[in-house]
Design a protein around this ligand. Structure first.
Ligand code: KG4
Ligand code: ZN
Length: 332
């Protein structure tokens, strides 16, 4: 089955062509740079950019896959969570395609898409596994009993880790998105330079909280000279990054051990972070846990993961109806 996947939940306009179950023929992502000067995503701007870009991105994915729209058997599209106006662009586009062609479509939960992302790269990343899903809008620790059978072990109580990276980058005067900017600025820095607080929320808790850490960095910066901050920018970034990564890695390993699951999948935009990959792999190896990280262009938002999650259901004859609406606060 050839599936066209579409993703427009936030500030990436993306389309992918997948031959189910996991042969990726094209994965095209356009990251909207228009938000950079505002230091965060402007919802209306995001919707308008999706409208402008989507058709071009879809055509590009078909041409890279060396296929035409006629070759496509079914469509998969993100219907939540995300910005409602942005979601509606992709969803309405796919509904029109489905209506005009008489082919089925399925609405995919963006978070479930991130859970499927590692299975695209790694054939052995099959349930049961623990999924650490860390992005700009979400942080979830999930037990994946089977595809479609999830138990959320913990979530963030406030900011998502990517959001913490973005906000701390802003107070440090670094560019948006903050994750890659902080990672780059931390190169050569001393991660033990300053011990920022780690919110473990109790020894056995799988809940996360990152807003206290963000405030701790802001308070720390307020008390320092600007020249001192600039001289130690790499050390401060490395210290902050370590505080985020340590909490994420420790809790994910704790969950694997408690539930005796020896596979850990890390996905979402923050899974790009090299220190998170290194620390998680190190702690996991000591416990004989296998770790999975998405391949290129599959950590941050993309349509390949949406196509794969959608294909799983479409293959079973499950599809959505034309009255499916966008659900901005959809959970796992
Ligand atoms: O998954 P994603 O593209 O969008 C959401 O669903 O939120 O994730 C974007 C988030 C941003 O907050 C960005 O700062 C973060 O992922 N991110 C990173 C890195 N690359 C992207 N965080 C830390 N280190 C990185 N290298
Ligand atoms: Zn995402």
């Amino acid at each position: 089955m050839l599936v066209l996947g579409i993703e427009t939940s936030c500030d990436e306009t993306a389309a992918a062509v997948l031959e189910s179950p996991r042969k990726l023929l094209a994965n095209v992502v356009h990251s909207q740079l228009e938000h950079e000067k505002y230091g965060g995503v402007v919802p209306e701007l995001a919707s308008r950019e999706h409208v402008k870009r989507l058709i071009g991105i879809v055509n590009e994915s078909l041409s890279r896959a060396n296929r035409t729209l006629d070759d496509i058997d079914a469509y998969a599209v993100t219907y939540g969570p995300g910005l409602v106006g942005a979601l509606l662009v992709g969803l309405t586009f796919v509904k029109s395609l489905a209506q005009a062609s008489g082919k089925p479509f399925i609405g995919v939960n963006h978070l479930e898409g991130h859970i499927f992302a590692n299975a695209l790269t790694h054939e052995s990343c099959r349930p049961p596994f623990i999924a650490l899903l860390v992005s700009g809008g979400h942080s979830n620790l999930v037990m994946v009993k089977d595809w479609g059978k999830y138990r959320v072990l913990g979530k963030t109580r406030d900011d998502a880790p990517g959001e913490a990276f973005d906000k701390v980058a802003k107070v440090l005067g670094l560019s948006y998105p903050g994750g890659p900017a902080i990672e780059k600025a931390s190169v050569g820095g001393d991660k033990t330079f300053f011990k920022f607080p780690r919110a473990f929320m109790g020894r056995d808790s799988y809940e996360f909280s990152f807003s206290g850490l963000k405030t701790a960095v802001a308070v720390y910066l307020r008390d320092q000279d600007q020249s001192y901050v600039q001289a130690h920018l790499a050390d401060i970034c490395a210290s902050f990054q370590e505080a985020v990564c340590e909490v994420l890695a420790v809790k994910a390993i704790l969950a694997c051990n408690e539930y005796r699951i020896s596979k850990l999948s890390v996905s979402g935009g923050v899974a790009m972070n090299k220190r998170l990959r290194e620390l998680t792999s190190e702690l996991a190896a000591a416990e004989n846990i296998e770790t999975y990280f998405p391949g290129p262009n599959l950590s941050t938002d993309n349509a390949a993961m949406i196509a794969m999650a959608g294909a799983y259901y479409l293959e079973q004859g499950i599809s959505s109806k034309l009255d499916l609406n966008a659900v901005p606060y959809l959970s796992v």
